[in-house]
Design a protein around this ligand. Structure first.
Ligand SMILES: [Zn+2]
Length: 74
């Protein structure tokens, strides 16, 4: 009996692999840093296309703001 469910999951959640490699605590810090405004340091949420305080656009390095991605997430 082949467990294909695990393979599926690994592809679906690539972050899990990174989390495992870094360790959860390091990964959380990394994610927090990643989601800060590069200008004023305010934490950004997934839904913020730009900083709520200074209006600096969210870094393209996080996730490209494409319609394709949001459509795929629905
Ligand atoms: Zn800002």
């Amino acid at each position: 009996m082949v467990d294909t469910g695990l393979l599926h999951r690994a592809e679906y959640l690539p972050n899990l692999e990174k989390m495992r490699q870094m360790g959860v605590e390091e990964w959380v810090k990394y994610e927090e840093e990643r989601w800060r405004c590069s200008q004023c340091g305010v934490p950004l949420s997934w839904y913020d296309a730009k900083c709520v305080r200074c209006g600096e656009p969210r870094s393209e390095r996080l996730f490209p703001l494409t319609n394709d991605r949001s459509a795929a997430d629905q």
